[in-house]
Design a protein around this ligand. Structure first.
Ligand code: HEC
Ligand code: HEC
Ligand code: HEC
Length: 133
């Protein structure tokens, strides 16, 4: 005869032990970022599009911002025309942050995920808290 109670406890302890690497992860799993597009300005847009297609923006907004910086500060170029002929001011604050006024839930949603902190707001105006959603 054997003590079934002890066997069950033994199995439970064994499972707890072998499963440890799995449930220890649950606490640190970071949700995939879901940048929020729900801002008053985007809501009011007729064409809900960025200055370039979203998949391109996702991959290349860094180079685009870099390019905008050069265009504006080196060449005094202030107008950006999209492929479909929409016109925008070349400005981080007045253009990007005008539509994406929810900095925390948009830009930071991704940046926190990849653990980067863009040091733009030392000089550029920090997005207004009131306009965040
Ligand atoms: C040390 C201060 C400083 C920092 C930090 C800084 N910028 Fe700028 N940025 C400037 C100045 C000054 C201009 C020129 C403003 C002008 O010509 O109107 C400028 C212009 C720009 C422009 C074009 C014009 C405009 O008004 O937006 C872009 C885009 C830009 N910066 C993006 C960035 C980004 C993105 C970062 C962060 C990665 C950044 N900057 C960090 C000082 C800074
Ligand atoms: C006219 C409003 C508007 C302006 C200006 C604008 N955006 Fe967007 N942006 C949008 C919309 C709307 C989307 C989503 C488009 C889609 O899903 O097809 C978007 C998408 C994006 C994405 C991709 C998000 C994702 O889910 O992958 C990034 C990154 C982005 N924008 C950054 C910027 C930056 C940086 C600037 C300034 C250079 C900027 N946006 C200017 C409206 C704007
Ligand atoms: C869909 C996710 C996503 C969104 C939304 C997003 N970013 Fe980014 N951003 C990234 C990633 C990922 C990187 C790092 C890419 C790399 O290092 O190659 C990055 C890098 C940057 C950098 C360069 C930082 C550095 O130190 O080199 C700037 C500037 C920047 N983002 C600005 C913005 C701004 C402004 C917004 C909001 C208008 C924004 N991003 C929204 C994903 C995003």
């Amino acid at each position: 005869m054997y003590d079934s109670g002890k066997v069950i406890i033994g199995i439970a302890v064994f499972l707890a032990f072998v499963m440890f690497p799995f449930y220890i992860n649950i606490g640190v799993v970071v949700e995939k970022p879901e940048p929020c597009l729900d801002t008053p300005v985007i809501q009011a847009l007729e064409i809900k599009e960025c200055v370039k297609p979203a998949h391109i923006m996702r991959a290349t907004h860094i180079a685009l911002l870099d390019n905008w910086k050069d265009l504006a500060s080196r060449y005094g170029e202030r107008l950006f025309v999209t492929e479909d002929k929409r016109e925008f001011d070349i400005s981080l604050q007045m253009t990007c942050m005008h539509c994406h006024s929810n900095y925390e839930r948009f830009c930071m949603e991704c940046h926190a995920f990849v653990a980067i902190d863009v040091g733009c707001w030392e000089c550029h105006v920090v997005p207004e808290k009131e306009t965040m959603r």
